[in-house]
Design a protein around this ligand. Structure first.
Ligand code: NAD
Length: 421
């Protein structure tokens, strides 16, 4: 019987990436120990009354990886496969992401093990309010500020804000306790699209540097939710050919290019991109290996592995999703000259506009969408050039370069603050 090596957990992957960067900069052992550890890991089990009167107990998490630079920032994910290990990895990546973008936040993440598609709107609201209450000892506009992630959205952020405000503020809304809210409640213009828009800004900078012509580029996108569908629409609007997209049910492919607004309308009507006319069906596995210039994984983690990395045809991979590429696949792709815009940079548009939203919420003073988008572009562009220069200097891939910048910054903040007491 063949013995296969056990798959690396997501947190092990995050640690391996961190260690590579730490080795490169010769990070001292004390800081290594601090930065590879999550500061707080809260696990909650809580009951929710279902519509039929029965009670179900759910498990949720909220993790703070590191708070050296500021309050914890990071999304909340609802998914049946959420684990503490996954949330810890995502929290660590949030620390690095905020550091790369120069945001005054530490890294956090949360999740509930649930398939929200099986809940009624009332059950979803009850679950959200109870989970918020359970983790509320960590939350606050100067402690921990959640945001949307997989299967959570502005409505869920509104319930989180309302629950916190009821408990702590006599019902008066505290807008800065959560980001990704509806604009009527103090959400930022441009936040809903910020992750996908940031991915496109990152691609534009990379295209200039690596001479990729976006006017003729063929793009493949895995995942057609918040991040993926926004990136698809913006690339389509500027003339790139989006040849394939997918969601959890499967993918669609048309080498001549998909009419993305029509695909969005189709998904709105039917709940999936699958079955869209004027396209051929493909599986999510086949989709990753289609002929294209730019591949955007925008679904879940560990999609590009040592099993398919050698067959990826894209020249550029822009990681809208967190953790879509395993370290082994990273090495194969780097050797093949495929450029990867790493998650901790490529999808940081979301947390950057969350930062804008938090600032606006604290000041009760709101910006226009043009201001938001133009500031986002400035920060994404600056970060790209910093990462690219670091990659050239150390002769490493962009992911390691991004981590070097992040780890250096958080390490320096920690040195300055000192070890308490
Ligand atoms: P979402 O829930 O809006 O969309 C997820 C999409 O992925 C859906 O289309 C879903 O059908 C699809 N999907 C799920 N499982 C799949 C599978 N096995 N194969 C193919 N498709 C699958 O979530 P989102 O907010 O767009 O998040 C997507 C990724 O982007 C996640 O990795 C998330 O952590 C990351 N991200 C999101 C944000 C944000 O602001 N929303 C910010 C940074 C990073």
């Amino acid at each position: 019987m063949a013995i296969t090596a056990p798959q690396q957990s997501l947190y092990e992957i995050a640690i391996e990436q961190f260690e590579q960067a730490a080795d490169l900069i010769g990070l001292e052992d004390e800081l290594r120990q601090i930065l590879r550890t999550c500061k707080r890991e809260l696990i909650v089990h809580f009951p929710v009354e279902m519509d039929d009167g029965s009670v179900k107990v759910f498990t949720g998490y909220r993790v703070h990886h590191n708070l050296a630079a500021g309050p914890a920032k990071g999304g909340i994910r609802y998914h049946p496969n959420v684990t503490l290990d996954e949330v810890k990895a995502l929290a660590m990546w949030m620390t690095w992401k905020c550091a790369i973008m120069g945001l005054p936040f530490g890294g956090g993440k949360g999740g509930v093990r649930v398939d929200p598609k099986l809940l009624s709107p009332g059950e979803l609201q009850n679950l959200t309010r109870r989970y918020t209450t359970e983790i509320s000892l960590l939350l606050g506009p100067h402690q921990d500020i959640p945001a949307p992630d997989v299967n959570t959205n502005p409505q869920i952020m509104a319930w989180i804000m309302d629950t916190y405000s009821m408990h702590r503020h006599g019902g008066v809304g505290v807008p800065a306790v959560v980001t990704g809210k509806p604009t009527l409640l103090g959400g930022s213009a441009g936040r809903l699209e910020a992750t996908g828009r940031g991915v496109v800004f990152a691609i534009e900078e990379a295209a200039k540097t690596y001479q990729i012509d976006l006017a003729t580029a063929r793009v493949v996108i895995q995942g057609f939710g918040n991040a993926g569908s926004t990136a698809a629409r913006l690339l389509y609007e500027q003339g790139s050919r989006v040849v394939a997209v997918s969601d959890s049910r499967g993918g669609i492919y048309n080498p001549r290019g998909l009419d993305i607004p029509a695909v969005m309308a189709y998904k709105q009507q039917t709940g999936s991109v699958v079955g869209f006319p004027e396209a051929d069906p493909v599986t999510n596995e086949q989709l990753l290996e289609l002929p294209c210039d730019i591949l955007i994984p925008a679904a879940l983690e560990e999609q590009i592995t040592e099993h398919n990395a050698s067959r990826i045809q894209a020249r550029l991979i822009a990681e809208a999703a967190n953790g879509p590429t395993t370290p082994e696949a990273d090495r194969i792709l780097f050797d093949r000259g495929v450029i990867i815009l790493p998650d901790i940079y490529a999808n940081a548009g979301g947390v950057t506009v969350s930062y804008f939203e938090w600032v606006q919420g604290l000041q009760h003073f709101y910006w226009t969408e043009e201001e938001v988008n133009s500031r986002l572009r400035t920060i994404m562009t600056r970060a790209f050039h910093a990462i690219h220069a670091t990659a050239e200097r150390y002769r490493v891939q962009l992911r390691t370069a991004a981590l070097v910048l992040a780890v250096q910054r958080v390490a320096e903040i920690t040195r300055l603050r000192g070890i308490y007491p």
